[in-house]
Design a protein around this ligand. Structure first.
Ligand SMILES: Nc1ncnc2c1ncn2[C@@H]1O[C@H](COP(=O)(O)OP(=O)(O)O)[C@@H](O)[C@H]1O
Ligand SMILES: [Mg+2]
Length: 289
């Protein structure tokens, strides 16, 4: 059943004969009830589901291999996706999360996804949920027009690696219209990572963050214009994130509330302070010849 009050979609998935065990999948921050059943994953549906399903069908139609396939809706109203085999940098984060070749492969996968998504037009009336009304004090979003339906949740838990390379993106629940610079910023947030090193997972505490931003930007093929916009986007996103995480914790509860109580708001403030001090180095690394 949807967890946010939207009507349950009709079942469309034919279960193979015989009962199969449900194995809980952990690792994500927010969605409760993600389970593996045989070669499939079952996830709750919600207001985001119509857009995500149209997007996944588009990706399948275009032959994009870097996303799970949508198999339908099961009798319990859950979405049914193909289970993706491979390796995820789950917690505790493995040492390989710092590897620059792996990092470059993330940039290439995000680029391939963005290029595939750029050809997707959501069906009439299907759009990303608007979410709770933002507080009046929340600063405006970056002023750059949306270019595609971005993934926008490019955390280590949502990227499956095969043979040492980022191969498949999972968890499209936050997909929404964004600019390319917003999307690559989202990848940098988790993979550079952008923020106070004290808040980084141990293998990412001593890395050269500006250099890693450059690796991601080069692998993505980020334009010169977007390189010049990245820092502005990072600062605005950090400022907005504090308000939106607080609002989600208040209105959605669950994993959002848990993250807030665990101090995600303070972490965002430390990220803003870090960007203030180190933003110029990031910008220099991105724009150097
Ligand atoms: N299609 C899939 N194939 C393989 N593993 C998956 C798939 N979907 C989810 N998982 C695993 O389950 C975890 C949580 O699922 P996810 O869809 O990311 O939920 P959340 O919204 O909580 O992040 C993932 O980090 C991953 O390890
Ligand atoms: Mg996830």
């Amino acid at each position: 059943m949807p967890t946010d009050g939207t009507p349950a979609p009709a079942a469309t998935y034919d279960e193979p004969a015989g009962p199969q065990p449900e194995i809980p999948l952990i690792g994500g921050d927010v969605t409760e009830g993600v389970v593996r059943v045989g070669d499939t994953v079952r996830r709750p549906t919600g207001a985001h589901t119509p857009l995500v399903h149209a997007l996944l069908r588009h990706l399948e139609d275009t032959g994009f291999a870097g996303a799970p396939r949508l198999l339908g809706i099961d009798a319990a109203g859950r979405e049914v996706l193909t289970y993706v085999t491979g390796e995820v940098a789950a917690r505790p984060r493995p040492a390989w999360i710092a590897d620059e070749d792996r990092l470059a492969s993330v940039g290439r996968l995000v680029r391939a996804y963005d290029d595939a998504a750029a050809g997707f037009t959501p069906p009439d009336g299907v759009r990303a949920p608007s979410g709770p009304t933002p507080p009046a004090e929340m600063p405006p979003a970056p002023p750059y027009p949306a270019e595609l339906i971005g993934h926008m949740d490019l955390t280590p838990d949502n990227i499956v690696f095969r043979d040492g390379e980022a191969a498949v993106l999972i968890d499209f629940d936050l997909a929404r219209p964004v600019s390319r610079v917003d999307e690559i910023h989202n990848a940098m947030l988790y993979w550079a990572p952008l923020g106070d090193p004290a808040d980084a997972d141990p293998p990412l505490r001593d890395v050269d963050v500006p250099r890693r931003c450059r690796v991601l930007a080069d692998a993505y093929g980020l334009s010169g214009t977007d390189r010049g916009r990245l820092l502005e986007v990072a600062v605005l996103r950090a400022r907005r994130a504090w308000f939106s995480m607080k609002r989600m914790a208040e209105t959605e509860g669950g994993g959002w509330a848990r993250m807030w109580h665990e101090g995600v708001g303070d972490r965002i403030k430390r990220r803003e302070a870090w960007l203030e001090r180190h933003g110029p180095s990031v910008e220099a690394a991105l724009t150097a010849p």
